[in-house]
Design a protein around this ligand. Structure first.
Ligand code: AMP
Ligand code: GLY
Length: 423
């Protein structure tokens, strides 16, 4: 098979590395890719939001199968555009990707399907939103309806903070059109888990669990990021809980999407809050998580390409997933200043030394090779260093040994990824 992966992050490097190793893969392309991906795939300089150009490239290179990484490509209809020219792909249609791209859509669907989630209301009127917050009190959660690169959610500890969040989204247009509507919901308490299931639109199957660390600094302090590290599996998800989550959250959603005429095909990534009254849904994503992918895929024993192809072509029934019995942990190295402003172009040394350590892989999240052949930083999250081991604790030790080989004064990482699982 000739395969095209769309994306340029650590998630896509991980997916590309696994697909490149598959005997089913004859030739691998990635658009646009990064310096690490370029080691395993031919990179095509096409941005993830250039839907027509991506389809043209897929036709030009006679691509047999496309794996879509980022939510923006899905929300812009890449899967529909590919299927319209008979190119199979892994990833939901634009209509099904609304599970992620519209929080209002997701909440209404969950309400119809009876999925346990936070009580909520949708607002397009600022005054009505403010009045609701005053009536409900704090803590309360304010969310921009649309995609906002992980920045559209405020867990407000006071009424004032909630009203500021409403004003930011609806009056100051902090998230553009994504904030024209807000969803205001009950604040849930508990430990968060990333739960992944595959669906081909008809059936679903459990894939994996992970936990990530969203806050930028040690001790889960500081502003939220796209994720500063993760580990898999999530120790708190017992087999019984896993079955309960499939039964109460995943399957009703897949059934309701089918009923609504927009069957969900791809990976359904449920962000869960493990509350005192059981698992409750925070949000759905219509794609693999980043950095969760960097700890899940290294644990997969089955051929990833075969799994994704079966899922994308409606044959999930034929898949028998096999996993290694080890754990994995990843630590993100980010450019100083992230998630605020940061510089690009600093040189990173020692990646090869880290990568050469046993059971350790450095996935590139935002890198570029400069004219002298050096690897340079080209984003906020720049590297994900993953190690596998019998326990999360050992994987953590290995990961930090690898990180210590990397010489990059302009970057930083958290030193406590996995603390909850190690404790
Ligand atoms: P989201 O982008 O919806 O995943 O939200 C980002 C983060 O905000 C989540 O990972 C949670 O930590 C937090 N969050 C979102 N919704 C809620 C809620 N209803 N209750 C408590 N925390 C929430
Ligand atoms: N790590 C969370 C996400 O991918 O949305």
């Amino acid at each position: 098979m000739k395969v095209l992966v769309v994306g340029s992050g650590g998630r896509e490097h991980t997916i590309c590395a696994a697909i490149a190793a598959s005997p089913l893969c004859e030739k691998l392309y990635c658009a646009p890719g990064n310096a690490g991906i370029a080691e395993v795939a031919e990179c095509l300089p096409i941005a993830v939001d250039k839907i027509a150009d991506l389809v043209t490239a897929a036709k030009t290179h006679a691509i047999d199968f496309v794996v879509i990484g980022p939510e923006i490509s899905l929300a812009l209809g890449l899967a529909d555009a590919l299927r319209a020219v008979n190119i199979p792909c892994f990833g939901p249609s634009q209509a099904a990707a609304e599970l992620e791209s519209s929080k209002g859509f997701m909440k209404d669907l969950c309400a119809r399907a009876g999925v346990p989630t936070a009580r909520y209301q949708r607002f397009t009127d600022v005054e009505a939103a403010r009045a609701y917050v005053r009536a409900e009190g704090a803590p309360i959660v304010v969310k921009a309806d649309g995609l906002a690169a992980g920045k559209g959610v405020t867990v407000a500890r006071s009424i004032e903070e909630a009203i500021n969040a409403i004003d930011d989204a609806m009056i100051n247009n902090a998230f553009g059109a994504s904030g024209a509507e807000v969803v205001i919901e009950e604040c849930m308490e508990g430990e968060e888990v990333s739960f992944f299931a595959l669906s081909d639109g008809q059936t679903s199957t459990f894939f994996a669990t992970a936990q990530d660390h969203k806050a930028v600094f040690d001790g889960d302090k500081g502003p939220n990021t796209g994720g500063m590290g993760a580990y898999s599996p999530a120790p708190i998800i017992t087999d019984a809980l896993r079955d309960q989550i499939i039964r109460d959250i995943i399957d009703p959603t897949v059934a309701e999407m089918k009923k609504k005429g927009c069957p969900f095909s791809g990976v359904l990534f449920a962000g869960l809050m493990m509350t005192k009254t059981g698992p409750r849904l925070i949000e759905f994503n219509a794609r693999f998580g980043d950095p969760e992918t960097e700890v899940i895929i290294p644990r997969l024993k089955s051929d990833l390409l075969a799994v994704l192809y079966a899922c994308g072509t409606g044959k999930l029934d034929s898949v028998n997933l096999e996993w290694h019995d080890y754990a994995a942990l990843t630590v993100v190295m980010a450019a100083n200043g992230y998630p605020g402003t940061y510089e690009k172009g600093s040189v990173i040394r020692g990646i090869a030394l880290a990568d050469a350590l046993p059971n350790t892989t450095v996935f590139h999240a935002g890198t570029l090779r400069n004219a002298s052949g050096d690897i340079t930083a080209n984003g906020g999250r720049v590297l994900c260093v993953t190690a596998t081991a019998a326990t999360i604790k050992e994987a953590q030790t290995r990961t930090y040994q690898a990180i210590d080989q990397i010489d990059w004064p302009q970057g930083f990482c958290r030193r406590d990824i996995g603390w909850r699982a190690v404790k």
